[in-house]
Design a protein around this ligand. Structure first.
Ligand code: DLL
Length: 433
């Protein structure tokens, strides 16, 4: 049985979607032109005025926005409405320099919450469900977004926030939580702790998880599904464009439907800025079609993805994006070779390890050093040194085959790599420190 939160628009014909997008886009460009001098200036610098934008096809004439623009315009430079019309801010988790601050009107929040409600319903949620929201609450968008979505669906919402894993488990078990929302790395940690506490998948009341905010592999999905006895759904989003729910997975679990009636998506060549045809890999660019307080046009996400309009068995017609392969700025260049952490994760999980690892890159005598610290599972752990060395060699060969570059692999004892309650930090690049 297919379930939709807003069936009419979620299953609309392409023609209908395009017409909604076109209308909203023209309204939004005018709103930005009239109210956001920072962007108007960028348009003028490109020699464009409002008259040049007649249909959605003209979008490629518009300038891009990037993180650098957000920094330059911090804090109010991209605001589209008077501050008195804003009711909330959220902010990104950047660790250095100024953070990105995004503003919302009440209508912006309602729209965003509806996007999250679509994701919850696509994961099988109804008003009978108990949703444990274990994303962080506060400036991060994860907690507030899924919390709002859960209320819209009418679920019983447990606003847990992240951390205190023992208490997370107590509430899952005592309140019969059926849907867990958190980062995939935290879901894996909660699963590991439940297992250690003696719970089997069939003892755990959860039936689904809505996991996102960081890259995670298909192998990690299978691992989490097995440990928790659930179906694990991916959800994507970013603070600049609203938060979680820009796109979400359906029962098909093959790509995330972009909420196209609110966000127009393009894929561009990261170096050329050219719009690429459907099916190409490139950088995701979003245009917010109806957000009023923080109306970003052509925002470059730095996430590397591909899009497809292939028919989906769930009945939704909105375009699907792949799991991001990683961020273009997450990609490591080690001895001239491009390495994505997600490639390493795939090899580890295929070899029976969990996603508890750390990538340490340094530069010694002008040469990059590359070490991958991998935690053994309790089942693998032994005091037989030869056996461990054999394991290490096998893993090292698998990684070399995947990456095309040799890494020093260190196998460490279970529980020695710090677990994550939010977004996992897996790369320590000492070259940049
Ligand atoms: O992470 C919003 C969010 C919260 C999404 C909860 C999903 C669930 P930011 O902190 O601004 O916002 O980080 C946005 O995180 O550009 C991606 O690089 C990455 N990201 C988000 N979702 C996914 C995902 C939130 N499902 C940045 N897969 C984005 C891979 C993701 N990467």
């Amino acid at each position: 049985m297919a379930n939709y939160f807003q069936e009419e628009i979620e299953t609309a014909s392409l023609e209908k979607i395009k017409s909604v997008q076109n209308e909203k886009f023209l309204r939004q460009v005018k709103h930005v032109w009239d109210n956001v001098p920072y962007y108007r200036k960028k348009m003028e610098e490109k020699g464009i005025t409002l008259d040049d934008i007649k249909t959605l096809d003209d979008i490629s004439k518009l300038p891009f926005l990037s993180k650098a623009d957000l920094k330059e315009a911090y804090p109010y430079g991209l605001l589209g409405v008077p501050l008195k019309d804003c009711v909330r801010i959220h902010s990104t988790s950047g660790t250095t320099g100024k953070r990105v601050v995004a503003f919302y009107t009440q209508e912006d929040i309602d729209m965003w919450n509806e996007c999250c409600a679509r994701a919850i319903v696509a994961a099988g949620g109804t008003n009978e469900d108990v949703v444990q929201v274990s994303y962080g609450y506060g400036l991060f968008t994860g907690g507030a977004g899924l919390d709002g979505g859960s209320h819209k669906v009418g679920c019983l919402t447990i606003p847990m926030s992240s951390g205190n894993t023992e208490r997370q488990i107590m509430f899952i078990m005592d309140l019969n939580a059926t849907i867990l929302c958190c980062t995939p790395s935290y879901a894996a940690y909660i699963g590991e702790t439940l297992k250690e506490s003696g719970y089997k998948p069939e003892d755990i009341p959860l039936k689904a998880g809505i996991f996102g905010a960081e890259a995670w592999s298909e192998e990690m999905r299978r691992d989490i599904e097995k440990t928790l006895g659930i179906k694990a759904y991916d959800i994507y989003g970013l603070t600049e464009i609203s938060g979680p729910g820009v796109s979400f997975e359906c029962s098909e679990q093959r790509g995330m439907h972009v909420n196209e009636d609110h966000f127009y998506v393009e894929i561009i060549g990261p170096d050329t800025g050219e719009v690429l045809p459907e099916g190409s890999w490139g950088e995701l660019v979003f245009t917010s079609l109806d957000k009023k307080a923080f109306p970003l046009l052509r925002y470059r996400t730095r996430d590397i993805c591909t899009l497809t309009r292939e028919k989906c068995s769930c009945g939704r017609t909105h375009i699907r994006m792949s799991k991001p392969k990683g961020r273009s700025d997450d990609m490591l260049i080690i001895r001239g070779v491009n390495v994505f952490p997600s490639q390493i994760e795939t090899v580890l999980l295929n070899n029976g390890y969990a996603a508890n690892y750390q990538i340490i890159v340094d530069r010694v005598n002008n040469t990059d050093t590359f070490e991958i610290k991998v935690e053994m599972t309790p089942e693998m752990f032994t005091d037989n040194f030869a056996e461990i060395d054999e394991r290490r060699k096998t893993l090292s060969d698998g990684l070399k085959a995947m990456l095309g570059i040799k890494a020093k692999v260190s196998l460490v004892a279970p529980k020695t790599i710090t677990r994550s309650e939010g977004k996992a930090v897996r790369v320590i690049d000492k070259r940049k420190i």
